[in-house]
Design a protein around this ligand. Structure first.
Ligand code: URA
Length: 424
């Protein structure tokens, strides 16, 4: 088989055969004769011409089979995971994993690091002194049995074809493609060994998917991939136009997640956490009330055990930035918008995110929303508080916030956080 023929077939809008897909993915992942430029050309042809559902299923299977598959069978609780397509201020995993574990399930959450303006769960957890992301499969099984939840880094052996292809897509303008995103996310999640999965597909200015129709298309593709691979899968489509909660940035988001686990925290974070937990429990047939479990403090105890199980020490306190600066309301009125992308980019500029995979992130940098959509403010009242250890970043961060605060004479209508649910 020749890579050129596969590229030309997709370039000309043809459906790839199963043999072509298996050969291309296996050979590329093994570094055995397909160059990066050929894989990039095929990714661009898929970006432009799409894939049929059966092609996408085969492509995803080939990506899973490029690496190892974890075996989490034999645990005494049902396994269920949650995955978010990425947002700004999205600390939901830190709440949902211990909450669903406290309700009786085992949550094996293999996560990634952030790239660009959306944060990564591992970066947030690493703001906790001593916490480590690396775990062996035996350590994971042990913690799932004892505590019920693990947040850990995905090993390089899980869907290695995706690791190579994702890095290539990142530099060739081929990230924003429904079949490529769906296969990338689902190959990693299906290789992780969970028996059920809830997807949080974010839509809005701070998300990959800017409009509800494309979010539905992505959610439907992922749900169908999950179910056809024997993993019970549902998706919620949730709003990501405004920052989720008040805090954006690694340690700042851990603090907010702890507030929620303590029974407080912003209403939108609580609402989406409970909606996701409900879906996860339904998928594995557990009849628990996540609202009552959250209020009981049981999820907070599970989170503490998850942290100490991985070397972390919450009693050491979370690190704080050395410098702060505020952004004021440009006029008086009601806040109607705190643009998620603008605030996400500002947090990134302040040091909370990375531009390249190998960059370090600051645990302390970020943005705190002192006022939220719906709040009434005076002209000049502080609305955003910027945190950093490097004050030279304030200027660029403030520039990315120009126009990010929407103010009107009347409050906007309340918008539901959960827009749709896709279950088949
Ligand atoms: N996250 C992934 O893992 N892959 C994508 O393609 C996009 C987001």
């Amino acid at each position: 088989m020749r890579a050129l023929d596969v590229i030309i077939a997709k370039r000309d809008g043809k459906r790839l055969t199963g043999e072509q897909i298996d050969w291309f993915i296996t050979t590329y992942a093994a570094g055995a004769g397909i160059d990066d430029e050929q894989a990039a050309a095929l990714a661009m042809a898929i970006y432009l011409n799409g894939m049929e559902p059966d092609e996408l299923a085969r492509w995803t299977t080939a990506m899973i089979e490029s690496g190892e598959r974890l075996d989490l069978s034999g645990l005494d609780r049902p396994t269920v995971d949650k995955h978010s397509t990425g947002g700004v201020g999205d600390k939901l995993s830190l709440v949902v994993a211990p909450l669903v574990a406290a309700c009786g399930a085992a949550v094996p959450m293999l996560s990634g690091r952030g790239l660009g303006h959306t944060g990564g769960t591992l970066d947030k957890m690493e703001a906790i002194p001593g916490w480590r992301a690396e775990m062996t499969i035996d350590e994971m099984r042990d913690q799932l049995t004892r505590v019920g939840a693990v947040i850990a880094g995905a090993s390089a052996d899980l869907a290695p074809a995706d690791r190579k292809l994702y890095a290539l897509r990142d530099v060739t303008g081929t990230i924003e493609s429904v079949p490529l995103i769906a296969s990338s996310i689902m190959s990693k999640k299906l290789a992780e060994g969970t028996s059920a999965l809830t997807l949080d597909v974010k839509v809005g200015s701070g998300a990959f998917m800017a409009d509800v129709e494309s979010a539905r298309e992505l959610a439907t593709a992922m749900v169908s991939l999950g179910n056809s691979h024997g993993v019970a899968t549902h998706a919620l489509i949730t709003r990501m136009d405004d920052v989720l909660g008040r805090a954006v940035g690694n340690a700042l988001e851990v603090r907010e997640a702890l507030d929620v686990l303590d029974g407080g925290g912003p209403a939108d974070v609580v609402e989406v956490s409970l909606a996701l937990a409900d879906e996860m429990l339904e998928l594995v047939g557990l009849d628990a009330d996540p609202g009552a479990v959250l209020a009981s403090g049981a999820a907070r105890s599970v989170f503490e055990e998850m942290v100490t199980g991985q070397g972390g020490d919450l009693s050491a306190g979370l690190p704080e930035a050395t410098h702060r600066s505020v952004v004021d309301a440009p006029s008086a009125g009601f806040i109607t918008r705190l643009d998620a992308r603008g605030v996400g980019v500002a947090a990134w500029m302040l040091g909370a995110g990375r531009a390249r995979k190998e960059d370090d992130v600051s645990p302390t940098a970020g943005v705190v929303c002192l006022a939220r959509p719906g709040d009434e403010v005076e002209s000049g009242q502080p609305v955003l508080e910027l945190h950093t250890d490097d004050p030279a970043t304030f200027e660029q961060a403030s520039r990315s916030l120009e126009g990010a605060i929407g103010i009107a004479p009347e409050p906007g209508p309340p918008s539901p956080m959960v827009i749709d649910r896709i279950s088949a």
